[in-house]
Unconditional design. Structure first.
Length: 381
């Protein structure tokens, strides 16, 4: 059994929930900064690449740390980095201790840390330290601390490439960040290779991430123009990432079509094993925090769409499969106004779903934005 440390991204609750959803009972411990997971599998960069909420995966070092560094260092002069989580020692002290121990063993060494700060994903990327040296993390729990070696880290350039370089972008439609999309896809627990459907696909962010993660993407949108844009983005992805991701060769970009999600779904066009991951319609773009009556108006508008959508989609979702959907909430410095719980509860009860997460537990927001997203996981009974 191997023990791994998963270092969380900025949104702790989403990171923790994503790992619980993928690794279940194998999650041994979760702190604000990291999760400890035991598994028989040898994890690799491929496991990291499908996790939107983890910035590093590190394998726990068994036995003596200094011996481990010497055995695993690639060059005569050892290049190393150390990041500390939930720490109680100054990082400068930790770094000097490691350096001195290595010197005692007669090894020349240099640490990568700048200003005695943790090593960022960007630094990991630029320095190529996983190939040239060794990156370590020191994690503290209440009574204990342990060392781990980084084996994979979040490739921020790859996320930016697919977020910013795809041919079709439109700030008015509102685009899901790829990392959040991955987290939502992981919440769906879909069987490998099964179909994931986004009935409000917009520019196709969910379709792209779905395809990259080895599922079969299906998408629709009420607007024909956006359907065309989604297909273009999907085809770009297949071209751009196809060589490194052979599973993309089986993606059929024609599985994106125009459809109003409040109307009956063309049942015959869907595979039996279907899950839904979608952002849903967030309402008109807002420049400022809406007044009470405008909040009510937007929620009523969305409820009109969503209640019909749930009654139609429930006809094609098999038992035990999930709908993972985000709903908007309004936020200012002083308050947050959430999509009404009773309406979410109503979608579930009327259509044989149970809501798996607690309300307000899975939130995503950006400092500068008036609209946040609350994620709700519906499981078909
Ligand atoms: C927030 S956007 C989705 C953005 C998408 N997740 C992305 O990242 O590109 C919501 C989409 O819902 C679509 N929409 C609104 N009402 C709809 C309906 N009744 N049926 C289907 N799509 C609808 C809009 O055209 C819009 O593209």
């Amino acid at each position: 059994m191997k023990q791994y440390i998963f270092i969380h991204g900025k949104n702790t609750s989403l990171s923790q929930a994503e790992l619980r959803s993928l690794y279940g009972d194998q999650v041994e411990l979760q702190t604000v900064d990291y999760s400890v997971i035991s598994t028989e599998q040898q994890l690799s960069q491929a496991d990291q690449d499908r996790l939107g909420g983890t910035i590093k995966i590190c394998e726990v070092v068994q036995g003596d740390l200094i011996e481990h560094i010497i055995q695993n260092s690639k060059n005569e002069k050892i290049l190393f980095g150390v990041s500390q989580y939930s720490g109680h020692k100054r990082l400068s002290v930790v770094l000097m201790e490691v350096k001195n121990e290595l010197k005692k063993e007669g090894r020349n060494c240099r640490f990568l840390n700048k200003n005695f700060a943790n090593i960022s994903s960007g630094q990991l990327n630029k320095s190529n330290i996983l190939e040239k040296g060794i990156d370590l993390v020191l994690c503290h729990t209440k009574g204990d601390s342990f060392w781990a070696q980084t084996i994979a880290f979040q490739n921020i350039d790859a996320y930016s490439h697919r977020d910013y370089d795809k041919p079709r972008r439109d700030m008015k439609v509102g685009m899901m960040p790829p990392k959040l999309t991955q987290i939502m896809i992981n919440f769906a627990h879909a069987k490998k290779g099964s179909a994931i459907y986004d009935p409000f696909c917009g520019l196709g962010t969910t379709l792209l991430e779905t395809a990259l993660m080895g599922y079969q993407p299906i998408g629709s949108d009420i607007k024909g123009r956006l359907v065309g844009n989604s297909i273009q983005n999907l085809e770009w992805m297949i071209k751009e990432f196809g060589e490194a991701n052979p599973q993309l060769s089986t993606v059929n970009s024609q599985m994106v079509f125009q459809h109003d999600a409040t109307q009956p779904f063309p049942q015959k066009s869907f595979p039996r094993n279907l899950s839904v991951v979608t952002e849903g319609y967030l309402g008109p773009p807002l420049l400022q925090f809406p007044q009470k009556d405008q909040q009510q108006e937007i929620f009523d508008l969305l409820d009109g769409i969503n209640s019909k959508f749930f009654s139609e989609i429930s006809q094609i979702i098999p038992s035990a499969n999930r709908i993972v959907m985000s709903f908007p909430y309004f936020r200012s410095k002083k308050e947050k106004v959430f999509y009404p719980e009773d309406r979410l509860q109503k979608y579930a009860e009327k259509n044989d779903f149970v809501i798996e997460n607690e309300f307000r537990s899975l939130l995503y927001e950006r400092e500068t934005q008036t609209v946040g997203r609350e994620i709700v996981i519906f499981k078909k009974s």
